[in-house]
Ligand binder design. Structure first.
Ligand code: 5GP
Length: 190
């Protein structure tokens, strides 16, 4: 079942705006559905379990690793785990929809390598490092320590941009969404 599904992977350094782009795409295209990841970080006040993430304890997450329930998982920040459950992709594939992922760079590469042409991997790039820093600060969802952790990771993640099918620079949200729609349209028609 998973083998029949088309997979659309969005990845980016934290704060590049990929989540906003993904939301805009999902709102407007009923052929797409969002893959809800599992993670062990704390739920933010505006988030709902089962909609934004499946929030798990580290123990629950590790049990699922042992049971082979993940297509991919990563310790994205030290001690904080994120992963894509096979059951989630199967659920969406059963609906006959394309699965949209919002995941980190390594997870994106893992899924791309596993599924090849069935997967479209899009890297969203911030216009500059400074813009990214400002965006993360404005979001204000991080304490100082976790903001620092996120920024440390950014340069590392930017070094992977050449590994993806498409790179979208998010300097103008409407333009970026339009570009993503065009790319996805072509992919779904293939
Ligand atoms: P946030 O905590 O800001 O929601 O997400 C932090 C990072 O984890 C983002 O880059 C996000 O895309 C990534 N992430 C979310 N879900 C997954 C997943 O299932 N697998 C991997 N590898 N990364 C994920």
């Amino acid at each position: 079942m998973v083998d029949d599904a088309k997979l659309i992977i969005f990845t980016a350094p934290s704060g590049a705006g990929k989540t906003t782009i993904v939301h805009r795409l999902l709102e407007a295209d009923s052929r797409l559905a969002f893959s809800v990841s599992a993670c062990t970080r704390k739920k933010r006040p505006n988030e709902t379990n089962g909609k934004h993430y499946y929030f798990l304890t580290e123990e629950q997450f590790k049990k699922k690793i042992e049971n082979g329930e993940f297509i991919e998982w990563e310790e994205v920040y030290p001690g904080i785990f994120y992963g894509t459950l096979s059951s989630e992709v199967e659920r969406i594939a059963r609906q006959g929809k394309a699965v949209v992922f919002d995941i980190d760079v390594k997870g994106a590469l893992n899924i791309k390598n596993k599924f090849g042409n069935k997967a479209l991997a899009i890297f969203v790039k911030p216009p500059s490092l400074e813009a990214l820093r400002e965006r993360l600060k404005r979001r204000n969802s991080e304490d100082e320590q976790s903001l620092a952790k996120r920024l440390e990771r950014v340069s590392y993640e930017l070094s992977f941009e050449n590994c993806f099918d498409h790179v979208i620079v998010n300097d103008d949200l409407d333009k970026a969404v339009k570009e993503a729609r065009l790319i996805i349209g072509k992919f779904l028609e293939q």
